[in-house]
Design a protein around this ligand. Structure first.
Ligand code: LLP
Length: 384
């Protein structure tokens, strides 16, 4: 089974390009909305997953917040219609320029990752005669059981404040007059499909909250970050991530204090399944022991397979012929420029359209121009 694609409309578009199924995006957002409303949780879309301006506008129109990791993301979110009071700003290396930009917009919250950063936010807020709301990003030391490049919540990772440093920070906070502590922030990793990692996170959070209770520290929100995984193997059967189980798990395992709200930052789970990278076969090359389908998209358009050995389902949407086995490779002068080895797809020929599925997250946004390639354009199903 292949997904449904408007091939006739693709004929006149220059490949490679990203194609977004906005009907699926809207369905996904409806579910995120209803599942979060069920428990009075608040979602902030992780802009880093896909910052396409048209996609951001659709997501913003659902009243969801934005999780940003750079000044430019804050700017893009505001331009797309996200309200500054729904914007959080994380990142280990926020520059003065970026902090000032976020202060000027009076964003909801800075997710702060170190003592020096807290001091700088305090100083810059003081100069503006304002108070910055902050959440402390704590490193919970929970193993996300995912690819090590996208694991973030272990002591060895650069992200967040280690538990041992929390006491020091708590005694420092009263001296930082231009900072208000309103939340705690966590993020253990991405593409998490083993839900026991989220359970482990709840255990750590409950434990931490008990410790903070004893110190008289109360926060208004607990932000659990992102990380909910999607099904890359079967995008047609599982087009929407399991938000229901995910939120139920937190509802059942996390003890929120009275008046405290859970916040989350889904990225991949909102946008990955909506996007495909569409490419054409340039040549079929018969090697000594292999057949290569050389396509016009490369690692510059979708780096995930080369960088994380990530799997993206490949479908030949131009052919109904019986399957054959190919290495699907790009044109870039790098041996890593392979989308998949020994993949079974309908027998293909020069000019066929192949689609790389589940590419809506960390696809278009991570494209680059090595070999002086053009960046891929993007099209939304509803405006084709
Ligand atoms: N919140 C924070 C603090 C994060 O660092 C991330 C992702 C998210 C939320 C969103 O996580 P998601 O729901 O998308 O899993 N380029 C990699 C993924 C890097 C994720 C970085 N942080 C990939 O292509 O798999």
């Amino acid at each position: 089974m292949t997904g449904t694609f408007p091939i006739a409309k693709f004929e006149n578009i220059q490949t490679p390009f990203y194609y977004y199924d906005t009907q699926l995006l809207r369905k996904t957002l409806d579910i995120v909305k209803s599942e979060t409303e069920k428990y009075n949780y608040k979602a902030h879309y992780a802009v880093k997953a896909n910052a396409n301006a048209d996609i951001l506008k659709i997501i913003a129109s659902y009243g969801i917040g934005a999780d940003c990791v750079s000044g430019n993301e804050v700017q893009a979110a505001i331009e797309a219609g996200f309200s500054p009071e729904n914007i959080v700003f994380a990142g280990v290396g926020k520059t003065d320029r970026e902090i000032n930009l976020a202060l000027n917009h009076n964003i909801f919250c800075f997710n702060a990752e170190s003592i020096p950063e807290l001091e700088v936010i305090n100083e810059l807020a003081e100069k503006k005669n304002t108070k910055a709301r902050i959440a402390l990003r704590i490193n919970p030391n929970v193993d996300a059981h995912t690819h090590h490049y996208i694991t973030t919540g272990l002591n060895e990772n650069k992200f967040g404040i280690n538990r041992e440093d929390i006491d020091g920070i708590i005694s420092l906070l009263p001296t930082l007059k231009n900072i208000e502590l309103i939340g705690l922030h966590f993020h253990i990793g991405s593409q998490i499909t083993d839900f026991s990692s989220f359970q482990d996170l709840c255990v750590r959070l409950n434990d931490l909250q008990n410790t903070l209770d004893n110190k008289g520290i109360k926060v208004k929100h607990i932000n659990i970050g992102g990380g909910l995984g999607i099904n890359y193997e079967h995008p047609n059967h599982f087009p929407i991530a399991d938000f229901e189980t995910y939120f139920r798990l937190f509802n059942q395992n996390l003890s929120l204090r009275e008046g405290q709200q859970l916040h989350c930052e889904p990225g991949r789970s909102i946008i990955a399944q909506c996007g495909s990278l569409v490419t054409r076969v340039t040549y079929i090359k018969e090697g000594a022991s292999k057949k290569f389908a050389i396509v016009d998209a490369g690692m510059t358009d979708l780096i995930r397979p080369a960088l994380y050995q990530a799997y993206h389902r490949i479908e030949n949407i131009s052919s109904q012929l019986p399957e054959d086995v190919y290495d699907v490779v790009g044109p870039i002068c790098e041996s890593a420029d392979v989308f998949q080895k020994d993949v079974r797809i309908n027998k293909t020929k020069r000019g066929d359209f192949l689609v790389l599925r589940s590419a809506g997250a960390y696809g278009e946004i991570m494209a680059f121009q090595y070999n002086l390639r053009e960046l891929p354009k993007a099209y939304l199903s509803e405006s084709l």
